[in-house]
Design a protein around this ligand. Structure first.
Ligand SMILES: [Zn+2]
Length: 146
């Protein structure tokens, strides 16, 4: 029996794992962001995938749509948090709600910034799908590829 040597390994992250790790939606290997989610520097999104050279900003103003995703994430978090505060403390003091929600908006803003773009790229961009060919160790990169 002949054993074929496989020199081009493919990466096997599931779509959800890749999204959680903020990887490129096409190859699931390159990072979307240049630095960590929480830190003293603001988050820097890369222009292109370092692995498959996918241009992340699909068209001018592409990330405006992520504001709507971010808004939806914020609403979901605030509603969840408000219900949790009510269930856990039973209080109806509006200042407690306002204080906790205000602090959580700041605490969650890096998360919302990052994952609104991830959700936009993974599930709200037509024609952008996982490509196993691009996930190989040495993908062929055309220089003018979009
Ligand atoms: Zn990529």
């Amino acid at each position: 029996m002949e054993v074929q040597e496989n020199t081009k390994t493919t990466y096997t992250l599931t779509e959800f794992q890749a999204a959680c790790k903020a990887k490129c939606p096409r190859c699931r290997r390159g990072d979307l962001f240049a630095n960590k989610m929480y830190g003293f520097k603001s988050q820097i999104m890369l222009d292109r995938c370092p692995h498959c050279n996918l241009k992340y900003e699909r068209e001018p103003g592409f990330y405006y749509v992520s504001m709507f995703v971010s808004y939806a994430l914020n609403v979901a978090e605030m509603v969840t948090l408000s219900v949790a505060i009510y269930i856990l403390s039973g209080t109806e003091n509006p200042y407690i709600y306002m204080g906790i929600l205000f602090l959580s908006i700041f605490a969650l803003s890096p998360f919302n910034f990052r994952y609104s773009r991830v959700i936009l790229l993974y599930w709200l961009t037509p024609g952008l799908k996982f490509n196993p060919e691009k996930a190989k160790d040495f993908p062929l990169i055309q220089p003018d590829e979009k």
